[in-house]
Design a protein around this ligand. Structure first.
Ligand code: ADP
Ligand code: ADP
Ligand code: ZN
Length: 213
């Protein structure tokens, strides 16, 4: 299974990607996660990306495309992959198409998770991540058993810098101006599955599985 997950920030891409990854025994490829890792390790890419990410701007297409090219070359993508947060621009989608054609690995589909602006703001404001194991929580929708602590490892839960109010509005604007164009793009490619992303996590997952067959 080779899929792209498309949604505004907080639409549920990461949450659904983790479930789909298990279901289809494929890898999740999140450009956001890869970039945050680069920032943490202080690499050249990380240094370039950090200030853009903090402001809610997109990282340059050439950097992102190179990250994906290298990631797709790894052996573990043979069984398939879930692209989470990539592509985000028409240029990225065009490069992906070329890459996958060369590798003879066409996409099975693009899942577009549709959510309202109110939902986005509630989801991002309440998102918390474990500093130690990376597990994700939500204060309202997926709360940890003990406040501020990870259920799995006891690690400290934190709010992403770019999940703060001022940055969320910028990310939404960037989504509307750049990434939303991909809905039409993939519709024309005949790959788009439009999904209501507002329901509960398990319900959205079921609907995706039903659509994919
Ligand atoms: P979310 O899933 O909440 O929208 P991500 O974790 O996917 O956020 O991305 C965090 C940030 O990383 C983005 O705001 C952007 O700065 C950068 N980023 C991630 N993926 C891409 C991409 N494909 N193109 C450009 N920038 C990206
Ligand atoms: P994205 O990767 O698109 O930015 P996430 O999957 O990280 O989005 O979800 C953002 C936040 O919303 C997380 O805290 C997650 O636990 C929560 N969340 C995701 N899907 C749902 C849902 N269907 N209902 C309620 N909360 C959700
Ligand atoms: Zn943890």
């Amino acid at each position: 299974m080779r899929l792209v997950l498309l949604s505004p920030p907080g639409g549920g891409k990461g949450t659904q990607a983790k479930r789909l990854m298990k279901r289809y025994s494929v890898v999740q490829i999140s450009t956001g996660d890869i970039l945050r890792q680069e920032v943490q390790e202080g690499t050249e890419i990380g240094r370039q990306a950090a200030s853009l990410m903090e402001k809610g701007e997109l990282v340059g297409d050439s950097v992102i495309i190179e990250i994906i090219r290298r990631r797709l070359e790894k052996e573990d993508t043979k069984n398939g992959f879930i692209l989470d947060g990539f592509p985000r621009t028409i240029a990225q989608a065009g490069s992906l198409k070329k890459m996958l054609e060369e590798m003879n690995l066409p996409l099975n589909g693009v899942i577009s998770l549709e959510v309202s602006d109110e939902t986005i703001i509630r989801r991002l404001g309440g998102r918390r991540i474990c500093r130690d194991c990376g597990l994700e929580y939500h204060l309202e929708f997926k709360p940890p058993k003990s406040s501020g602590r990870c259920d799995k490892c006891g690690g400290d839960l934190y709010l992403r810098d770019d999940d703060r109010e001022g940055v969320i509005s910028r990310r939404l604007k960037v989504y509307r101006e750049e990434t939303a164009l991909l809905v039409d793009y993939y519709q024309r490619e005949g790959l788009l599955y439009r999904m209501d992303g507002e329901g509960e996590i398990d319900k959205v997952f079921e609907e995706i599985i039903n659509k994919l067959g």
